[in-house]
Design a protein around this ligand. Structure first.
Ligand SMILES: O=c1nc[nH]c2c1ncn2[C@H]1C[C@H](O)[C@@H](COP(=O)(O)OP(=O)(O)OP(=O)(O)O)O1
Ligand SMILES: [Mg+2]
Length: 198
């Protein structure tokens, strides 16, 4: 269907590259879009799907390679699904620590039972920039927002995301363990099926 030995990953997030490459194994080499351009496209979509497609098309255009994009984020029940597609920009571009501080503050007096949240991941694969039929796969991961950060692994909101099936924060999971159960792992399992990868 396409030459899948090399894909460009339409992401400037090193954490995603590491996780996705580990999930794909050695059969497919993920090259970072950072090899081709440092300019990040504006994520103007209103959904994870739209932003994933937009990033994938942009990377395919720049690199000339088939492109995989990951648009993901954290949807918090008490906040009506925010920060959602705006997760990376929640604290106006000040980065992960500021995003986490803002989230803790927004949930300051919210009781345990109302702290439910889910990580969302949409993967989009385009064969070329104008591909009329992108492959789309999504994964969700349900958990709860902790009252304080815990753990050193992962990236982004991982230190605040309590994983009920393991009783630890997602930043306390080993990378291998997170890659078995995360939103990204679920989306990637679907993508592998779609591509006929073992
Ligand atoms: O497994 C995860 N563990 C913790 N946090 C996570 C995870 N997955 C997504 N997140 C957070 C990070 C960021 O605040 C937002 C993604 O935003 P998103 O625009 O998709 O990615 P990004 O800007 O970091 O890199 P890029 O757009 O170049 O792929 O959700
Ligand atoms: Mg982004």
């Amino acid at each position: 269907m396409m030459n899948l030995t090399q894909l460009v990953l339409a992401s400037h997030n090193a954490g995603k590259l590491k996780e996705l490459q580990a999930m794909l194994g050695e059969s497919v080499q993920l090259r970072s879009i950072g090899e081709f351009s440092q300019v990040e496209p504006e994520e103007t979509g209103l959904s994870f799907v739209e932003n994933a497609i937009l990033k994938a098309r942009n990377a395919a255009r720049i690199s000339g390679l088939p492109a995989l994009a990951d648009d993901s984020g954290l949807a918090v029940d008490f906040l009506g699904g925010a920060p959602g597609i705006y997760s990376a920009r929640y604290a106006d571009g000040q980065g992960d620590a500021a995003n986490n501080a803002k989230l803790l503050d927004a949930l300051k007096d919210v009781p345990e039972a109302e702290r439910g949240a889910q990580f969302v991941c949409v993967l989009a694969l385009v064969r070329h920039a104008d591909d009329p039929l992108p492959i789309l796969c999504e994964g969700l991961w349900h958990g709860r927002i902790l009252h304080a950060a815990s753990g050193e692994h992962g990236f982004g909101y991982d230190p605040l995301f309590w994983v009920p099936e393991r009783n630890v924060s997602s930043a306390e999971l080993s990378p291998a363990d997170k890659n078995q159960i995360s939103h990204r792992a679920r989306a990637m399992a679907l993508l592998r099926q779609r591509l006929g990868l073992k």
